[in-house]
Structures are given as C-alpha cells and as structure tokens.
Design a protein around this ligand. Sequence first.
Ligand SMILES: NC(=O)c1ccc[n+]([C@@H]2O[C@H](COP(=O)([O-])OP(=O)(O)OC[C@H]3O[C@@H](n4cnc5c(N)ncnc54)[C@H](OP(=O)(O)O)[C@@H]3O)[C@@H](O)[C@H]2O)c1
Length: 208
Amino acid sequence: MGLGLALRFAVAGVPILIGSRVAGRAEEAAERVRAAVPGASAAGYENGEAAARAERIVLTLPFVGLAAFLRGAEALLARKLVIDVVVPLAVRDGFAALAPADGAASVGELIQETAPGARVVSAFKNLPAARLGDLASPLEGDVVLCGNDASARAEVAALVALLPGLRAVDAGEIANARYLEAMTALLLNLNRRYRARASIAVVGLPQA
Ligand SMILES: NC(=O)c1ccc[n+]([C@@H]2O[C@H](COP(=O)([O-])OP(=O)(O)OC[C@H]3O[C@@H](n4cnc5c(N)ncnc54)[C@H](OP(=O)(O)O)[C@@H]3O)[C@@H](O)[C@H]2O)c1
C-alpha cells in the first residue's frame, strides 16, 4: 500500500520519503519509485528518521506493528498530519473479518488517542494496493476521509485531488474510521469472490 501511494504521489510531483524498519529497504523502495517515475524526488530512511523529516506521514504498516511504531514515534507525530491507512483485519479460511483494535473502536481512533498531538486523518482504506501499485491501471472511486481536525481533512482532500480518478469525500469525525475499516473487510471478501480489485464510490452526494 505504501509503495503504491508513493508511486502515485510521485507521478503527481509530490516529494516522497519512504520509511522502513531497515533503512536499506527504504532506500531500495525509493529507488523503485525513482526508476518507475522519471524525475521523481524519492528517498528512504529508517521509520523514525523518515517521520522526523516529514510534515505529512502516511502510516501503511500492518496493524500488528502499529503499537510498537507509535510508542517509538509518538513525540515525532505531534502537530504533524498523520494519514492512517491501517486496517485491523484477520483472515481465516480466506474470509476477511475485522480484528479488535486494542480496545479502540477503530485504528483511526486508536492512533488519535495514542498520539493526541497528531492531526490524524483516516483515508485510502478502501483502495486496493494492487491497483495503486500498477501505474498502468487507472484509479477510480472515492477516498472517504475522517478525522477530528477539519483543516487536516482539507489537506488530505487536496492530496487526493492530485490523483486522477479519485474523489475525496469528507466524512467528518474520526469515529467514522470504524465503518471505513469494516468496508475494507467487505471489499476483500468481494475481491475474493469476484477475483476483482474493488473500491467504493458513494452516490447521491451534492457535487463539490
Ligand atoms: N493491501 C491492501 O489492498 C490494503 C488496502 C487498504 C488498507 N490496507 C492496510 O494498509 C496497511 C499496509 O498494507 P500492506 O498490504 O501494504 O502491508 P504489508 O505489505 O504487509 O506491509 C507494509 C510494510 O510494513 C512493514 N511491516 C511489516 N510488518 C511490520 C511490523 N510487524 N511492524 C512494523 N512494520 C512492519 C514492512 O516494511 P519494512 O519491513 O521495510 O519495515 C512492509 O513492507 C495494512 O494496515 C493494511 O491493512 C491494505
């Protein structure tokens, strides 16, 4: 998911810093971005250093690693825009279900509670990584945003507007993250059933 978003934003001309638990892996991923997108500005660092260097941070790690990451980076996240893409899923016999998010109703809420100084926006949770990472494949659908800071949501909406084919839908407060995450479980089950790479689009909203 992280590499796909990095590729898409690099195409849009956004400078990219990639984080990894191992700096060398981040550098390799940055090289993949530079190779796929001529002229891209992309560099790789260990997670903590990448977070320290960035003002906007996109969290695309598996839920199982989130608590440890937050413990190490909580102070670094203060005042920063934190775009949460994490979904707590458990897949059993091919069926995707939501897993408990450590006592919070959603990962978005968990991150905001754990890092109260961060401006958390849950977003991109319903987009398939396989499509994002395939630059030949057009994107389509809505990116539903939720977070308690309206200016942070507007910042993410402006980022979504850089990605052709996607529309940002501002859903308001972070409590909506619990429904975004549940929809991802449904999408994964649909993908399995139809061998698809599905995303969502909301109809009936007023035009922006
Ligand atoms: N795949 C999708 O279509 C999709 C769609 C929507 C949302 N999401 C969510 O997006 C997040 C990333 O999904 P993904 O499929 O891209 O995940 P992934 O490929 O399994 O992992 C992404 C990166 O996270 C790091 N990582 C792995 N295990 C970790 C751990 N225990 N602690 C800290 N870092 C760890 C790894 O980088 P390093 O080893 O280099 O540190 C890995 O390359 C997940 O929370 C997922 O639920 C995925």
